[in-house]
Each structure stands twice: as structure tokens, then as C-alpha cells.
Design a protein around this ligand. Structure first.
Ligand code: PAF
Length: 252
């Protein structure tokens, strides 16, 4: 595994990695890797010849400065978890990835304004912009994204289609702890008591008759509810527990 913090060096290595028939797989992340990321990397390893992981805590997708400040940064542990699954890791600096200071950006005007977008203005502009940059830098044949971020996944698919980006966007199932909580880098910020309570989030989402009933039950269980909505056969929700924001979705 080679770690590239310098984008010029990475781009030179990427050109050298190109030869016919060699499939490049890509897993973009913000680090704080867990078993969910591990599953994405395993799939990329199984399906591709050269696997690239990016680790970049993208400031433009945080609308809450506190959330950005508290986002876990665990590079050494991340590299250990990625281990033999990856050939290259890119860890660009903010100035290098945003040489224009974020003057140029990608905006989607429909889905990105709903659900998460209502509560996190500008979030998806940041996500789509950084994903476009990363896809251009890595030029993957296949990129792997988790279904936990359902809205993000739809928007990235839209980005790839709209801008005729080469390469496939591959959706991978949400990985859950045995008690049902979807894995997230933010889970580690929950106290032991809140972690137990968090189990109710997917359970209520799954077992409520409709979205308003789920929202009511979550509130009664002590969650601060941002939204619960049923859409395209999926129930999507976002809640706060101890100030930690959790999102999830279940198929109806
Ligand atoms: O899902 C994430 O971790 C991030 O939104 C992504 C896709 C790496 C962009 O920063």
C-alpha cells in the first residue's frame, strides 16, 4: 500500500497504473473507517485489480462547524484497517483539493434540497463537488458507496449520469451491528447508555406503520427527530441523540 498526500505524485502514479484490462476500484471516505468501509474495500478488492481508498474530511459538506471539529480523525488506525485490501491511499490536503477556495462547485437543485438537504443546507453541494474532484483524480472503473447514505447515493448516480462520468457507481448494502444499528463513524461519539438507546432507531423505523408514526415513536423514545419520510419504497430518517446525528433507511 502506498499513501499519497501529494496530488501531483498521485496523478503520476495513477497514469503509471493504467494499462489495458486493469480495473481500478475506488472507495471514497472521510476516514474513521469501520466494518462498513471494510465491506466496501473487500468488494472493491474482489472485483478490481487496483484498489484506491481516499481519506479526506471534506469541510465543504459540513454545515455545522462543531460537527466538523468533532469528526474523528484516525489515520493510523484507518491505514491498519485498510491493510492488504488497498493498493493506494490518497489523503489530499484541503488547499490542494480546493485550489480555488470552493468558488467552483456542483449544485443539484431538486433532490438535494429535500430530506437531508432541508436540515443541512449546502451539504450536498459539498458532497457532489468533492466526489466529482475525487472521481476525476482517481478515474476508477468502479466506485463503491454505501446504501446507508441513500440520498447521497442517488445524487452521486445523478452526477455521474449528468456529467457523463466514465465508470460505474456501485451501491453496497448497509452494514449493521448485531443489534441493528447501522455502522457510522459518528456512533463512537455516543455514550454507552445512548449507544443502547440508539438500537431503537432502526427498530422503530422498521416496525412503524408509516412515517409520522415512526417520527412520533422516535420522539417518545427520546430522540430529537429531524425527519422521517417514506420515498421510493424506502423509509428514511435522521435523528439526534446526545447531539450526535444519526441517519438510516430501511426498505418498506
Ligand atoms: O460518504 C462519505 O463518507 C462522504 O460523503 C464522501 C462520499 C466520502 C464525500 O466526502
Amino acid at each position: 500500500m502506498t499513501v499519497y498526500s501529494n496530488l501531483a505524485e498521485w496523478r503520476a502514479a495513477r497514469s503509471a497504473a493504467d494499462f489495458p484490462g486493469r480495473r481500478v476500484g475506488f472507495v471514497p471516505t472521510m476516514g474513521a473507517l469501520h466494518a462498513g468501509h471494510h465491506a466496501l474495500l473487500e468488494r472493491a478488492r474482489a472485483e478490481c485489480d487496483f484498489v484506491v481508498l481516499s481519506i479526506f474530511v471534506n469541510p465543504t459538506q459540513f454545515n455545522d462547524a462543531g460537527d466538523l471539529a468533532h469528526y474523528p480523525r484516525t489515520l493510523a488506525a484507518d491505514l491498519a484497517l485498510a491493510g492488504d485490501l488497498v493498493d493506494a491511499v490518497i489523503t489530499p490536503g484541503e488547499k490542494e483539493l480546493y485550489p480555488d477556495g470552493y468558488n467552483y462547485r456542483v449544485t443539484e437543485n431538486a433532490l438535494s434540497r429535500e430530506l437531508e438537504g432541508v436540515h443541512r443546507p449546502g451539504h450536498f453541494d459539498g458532497v457532489l463537488t468533492v466526489v466529482l474532484k475525487l472521481l476525476n483524480l482517481v478515474q476508477p472503473h468502479r466506485s463503491y458507496f454505501g446504501e446507508k447514505d441513500w440520498q447521497q447515493l442517488q445524487l452521486i448516480r445523478g452526477l455521474a449520469g449528468t456529467f457523463f462520468l466514465p465508470g460505474e457507481i456501485i451501491a453496497c448494502p448497509t452494514v449493521r451491528d448485531p443489534d441493528g444499528l447501522a455502522l457510522s463513524s459518528r456512533n463512537r461519539r455516543l455514550s454507552a447508555d445512548a449507544r443502547v438507546q440508539a438500537t431503537l432507531f432502526p427498530w422503530i423505523m422498521e416496525n412503524s406503520a408509516d412515517a409520522p408514526a415512526a417520527a412520533g415513536a422516535l420522539q417518545a423514545a427520546g430522540f430529537a427527530v429531524d425527519y422521517v419520510a417514506d420515498r421510493d419504497g424506502v423509509r428514511l430518517g435522521a435523528v439526534y441523540l446526545e447531539g450526535v446525528r444519526l441517519i438510516d433507511n430501511v426498505r418498506l
